[in-house]
Design a protein around this ligand. Structure first.
Ligand code: 5MM
Length: 339
């Protein structure tokens, strides 16, 4: 999932989020267009050179592409591992104003059996942490980390790979230091709970936020500062046994997310692969180029593959002799991702 310089495409928007994004692009928010959009993404020629897997939501995972194949089969035939988001969303945490806990544990064991038999290779669960004057509370951190750990054990029991995603939101006017402090506390709590529940770290992918100043904070932190704070945070909290790290983009602009990924990787090899599992920062340009028009499928796909390659190249920077991009060359010659 995180090897060979590749990343994971997060295309698991809930129906409500997907509808909003389609409407903002002038596309009708229908089930047909939600499927057509994901089909445009996953049938992109050459996508598997830089993308290893794609995270889908339940409504898409259980649907068919236009030629009648189930989405998970179409993914595998395109050389992409099919993944599924299994949480049911962040809901208000009782007696904790402004905070949420992610739900979905109740029937998870049964749902995992169904997803595994339909071909899922991996799963995702996202916890959402808000920074505020007095947030996050210890209660919200423990509740969300406990749920992530319960989720990850169930997924491993089902023979699948869990992506554990504790997202510290960028919303707010806090500075880089505050994000670093909160992200460290969040990751400490998550790994404590993963240990309590006996989660096998070697079979777990962490999907964290980069350490960023809040979106309303001025002046912005520089790219190198972000990279240093992010790597420092991971090195002080993430056990070396973790299979890999795949960052979310969290509302960063597409170029900014790619630049941060390159700067993070430029700091040299770490105990884990430092990959990407972007949603918006991978697909925004493709959605704009496609705009729901079947005649523009190629334009959407060109935009997606270009951005996916840029991010894969960003992962290769530390290994590159000056002026060259060996990661890309290795991936091209591998071209064996199609099964
Ligand atoms: C693609 O969006 C995912 C689902 O979000 P909703 O359930 O809120 O619709 C989301 O979990 C996504 O995978 C992560 O936030 C990473 O996406 P970004 O765009 O932040 O990289």
């Amino acid at each position: 999932m995180v090897g060979n310089g590749r990343g994971i495409l997060a295309a698991d928007e809930s129906v409500a989020t997907m509808n909003k994004r389609l409407e903002a692009t002038g596309v009708a928010p229908t089930a047909e267009q939600r499927c057509a959009y994901r089909e445009m993404l996953l049938t992109t020629p050459g996508l598997c050179d830089s993308i290893s897997g794609i995270i889908l939501s339940d409504d898409i995972f259980t649907a068919q592409v236009s030629d009648g194949r189930p989405f998970p089969d179409a993914c595998r035939e395109a050389g992409l591992l099919p993944g599924i988001k299994v949480d049911t969303g962040a809901k208000p945490l009782a007696n904790a104003a402004g905070e949420t806990v992610t739900e979905g544990l109740d029937d998870l064991r049964a749902r995992l059996e169904l997803y595994a038999s339909a071909g899922a290779a991996f799963t995702k669960w996202r916890a959402v942490i808000q920074i505020g004057e007095r947030l996050p509370s210890r209660r919200a951190l423990v509740a969300n980390s406990h749920a992530l750990a319960r989720y990850a054990t169930l997924v491993q029991e089902a023979g699948l790979t869990p992506i554990v995603e504790p997202e510290v939101l960028m919303d707010g006017s806090h500075g880089l230091d505050r994000c670093e402090e909160v992200t460290q506390t969040v990751l400490h709590t998550v790994f404590e709970q993963l240990a309590e529940q006996g989660v096998v770290l070697e079979g777990t992918v962490l999907k964290p936020n980069m350490v960023l100043a809040g979106s309303d904070c001025e002046p912005r932190a520089g790219t190198d500062e972000v990279a240093a704070a992010t790597v420092r945070t991971l090195r002080s909290t993430v056990p070396a046994a973790v299979a890999g790290v795949a960052f979310l983009s969290g509302g960063q602009g597409v170029d900014q997310a790619t630049a941060h990924l390159a700067a993070i990787n430029a700091l040299g090899p770490q105990p884990w692969e430092l990959s990407f599992s972007f949603g918006r920062a991978l697909v925004d340009e493709a959605l704009q180029a496609w705009r729901g028009d079947p005649q523009r499928t190629g334009a959407g796909q060109d935009a997606l593959v270009a951005r996916a390659r840029a991010n894969a190249d960003a992962r290769a920077v530390w290994a590159a002799p000056a002026g060259s991009w060996p990661g890309r060359a290795q991936r091209r010659s591998a071209a064996s991702c199609r099964r």
